[in-house]
Design a protein around this ligand. Structure first.
Ligand SMILES: [Zn+2]
Length: 565
């Protein structure tokens, strides 16, 4: 039924009786219409999200309620922010109509079919045909859309909106946008831990956030032509060759790269921590960088960045995907091996020999369903022996990807015999741990890393008769242990606390390696407070292995200044 603005009183007797209308005040401010629509969307239109949160296995009723309230606020504020961009005289009501209809259709499909709305789902929707669409139409759909969108829209379209001059409207919209963004950041900050842990553990939940899921999916599809071709990996360092140290060598270099997981630099006694977390490394002649910084705050962000030559600033905007450090080492002629005791190498080892320890059942190391990190030393000689002999004769680089201090179940990361600090928190809900129990469990994972690194050095020393061994340990990111109510990691880099970004970087060189590389540990120890980062990793490893290529930048090699000519 078309709705018309009230007409001035007329004396015409033939005019039909006016439609019964609710008496409205002078008109509602656009802001209130935006807020009411956003609240409706954030609550009623997100039934699928509330249903899913109440069903998640790892959440108690109280936790589900907290996260639901937090997400409702986030959705309401984000929707308000988006609508404030469209709250103009001719666009306000059409925009609310679009939002409500999208939300209602989305809610129906998520509730009825248990689907989530992501890019693939949106592509399916856009490519659907009339027959398919007809198959989807039914009374349940009509009823859902009627209740969630049509009825509220009748109220919206009948509601008179107060008009303001263009200048005042610009100010009002800008104020709404700013206020909703500020409140949004505040809510995310206050509830970061609950929201982040749910989003990390149940990634599908984000695709239930209605109708932002649909808009986001449409946005990614629209941006597709401007994105990288993810199926393509371009070659890197095609000119890579071995340097002068390889000519007439009697002992090929053997470099063990231990890739740490969730290790806080500040919890290493080598870096000044008050608790004795590195009793074994303290007995070795190692150089521990005290001022090393990560590329990201999660494995997925840091790991690919570490093994690339782009560095943190350039990595996200890289024009294409390129090969990484291990490809360059292999191209130079070296034997390369990746051993993974974690969730995989995120593409860094795709083109080199790699093994995963997940299926191993080594007694004493793999008794609890997963293996302790020392499993990577188990059978390592045989794994290396299986690499091509002509490559091994030149040199070997082995990566061991640790489980390290991965949370929240820190207590699972160290075997009973290595538990130096007790009592340990054994609850995955870290907020319910005491500070002491949490720190004990985490520090025990560092003690166990100390043990792994010391065992690795012992193994490397045993290779000295036929190799020139060295070890470089570097972690992917740090961890929050309840400081400012933050736990775990993965905060956006710009606002993440330093404990999530400061990582240990430890180097051990055998006399044979010192001799061939002209490096000395004594020299490295003079620069332990120099700022270094994941940006230096690619170039430092190429430098250690004396691989010559145009993609190697000596200025980023943290060891270059110590290599005597
Ligand atoms: Zn990680």
């Amino acid at each position: 039924m078309p709705l018309r603005p009230a007409t001035p009183a007329s004396s015409s007797a033939t005019r039909p009786a006016p439609l019964p209308t609710v008496r409205m005040p002078a008109g509602m401010r656009p802001l209130w219409l935006v807020v009411l629509a956003s609240l409706w969307i954030a609550t009623a239109c997100n039934v699928a999200l509330w249903r899913e949160l109440s069903r998640l296995p790892g959440l108690s009723g109280g936790q589900a309620l907290t996260i639901s309230i937090a997400l409702a606020l986030v959705i309401a504020l984000a929707t308000t922010a988006l609508l404030s961009l469209l709250a103009w005289r001719w666009t306000l009501k059409p925009a609310i109509t679009l939002f409500l209809l999208s939300a209602a259709f989305g809610a129906y499909f998520m509730m009825a079919y248990g689907v989530v709305i992501d890019k693939t789902m949106m592509v399916n929707t856009l490519q659907t045909d009339v027959r398919e669409t007809r198959d989807l139409l039914n009374w349940h759909l009509l009823a859902t859309v009627l209740v969630l969108a049509v009825l509220p829209l009748v109220l919206v379209w009948r509601q008179k909106v107060r008009r303001a001059g263009a200048g005042r409207q610009v100010l009002a919209n800008a104020a709404t946008l700013t206020a909703s963004c500020v409140l949004l950041v505040l809510v995310v900050f206050l509830f970061f831990q609950s929201i982040a842990s749910v989003m990390r553990n149940y990634t599908h939940v984000r695709y239930l956030i209605n109708p932002l899921n649909s808009f986001y999916a449409l946005g990614t599809i629209a941006a597709k032509p401007f994105q990288r071709d993810e199926s393509l990996v371009l070659p890197l360092g095609e000119d890579a060759k071995l340097g002068a140290s390889y000519t007439a060598q009697t002992k090929p270099p053997l470099l063990l790269l231990v890739l740490g997981e969730t290790a806080r630099s500040g919890n290493f006694s080598l870096n000044g921590y008050g608790r004795p977390t590195n009793p074994l490394l303290a007995k070795e002649d190692v150089a521990s960088q005290r001022n090393a910084w990560s590329c990201g705050t999660s494995t997925a962000a840091s790991l690919p960045c570490m093994f690339s030559n782009f560095g943190r600033e350039a990595y996200d905007s890289r024009p294409a995907n390129y090969e990484g450090m291990l490809d360059v080492l292999q191209r130079a002629g070296l034997a390369v091996l990746w051993i993974d005791n974690q969730s995989g190498c995120k593409g860094a080892c795709d083109r080199v020999p790699n093994v995963n320890t997940v299926a191993l059942k080594v007694p004493g190391l793999c008794d609890s369903g997963e293996c302790f990190d020392e499993v990577m030393l188990h059978g390592i000689d045989e794994r290396i022996a299986a690499l091509p002999a002509e490559r091994r004769a030149k040199g070997v680089v082995v990566v061991m990807h640790q489980m390290g201090g991965h949370g929240p179940a820190y207590y699972k990361r160290s075997p009973q015999a290595s538990k130096k600090f007790l009592p340990e928190c054994t609850d995955n809900a870290l907020q319910s741990c005491t500070r002491e129990g949490l720190l004990n469990a985490y520090d025990n994972s560092i003690v166990y890393t100390d043990q792994l690194l010391a065992s690795s050095i012992q193994w490397l020393k045993a290779q000295e008769a036929r190799s020139a061994p060295a070890l470089l340990y570097l972690a992917d990111h740090g961890e929050s242990l309840g400081e400012n109510n933050l736990y775990l990691h993965g905060m956006p880099y710009g606002i993440a606390p330093d404990v999530q970004k400061r990582v240990p970087w430890i180097t051990w060189l055998s006399p044979g390696f010192e001799q061939r590389s002209k490096l000395t540990t004594a020299c490295l120890k003079q620069q332990l407070d120099a700022p270094v980062s994941h940006d230096n990793y690619f170039h430092s490893v190429l430098g250690l292995m004396n691989v010559q290529t145009s993609v190697y930048k000596p200025a980023l090699d943290i060891y270059a200044h110590c290599a005597k000519p």
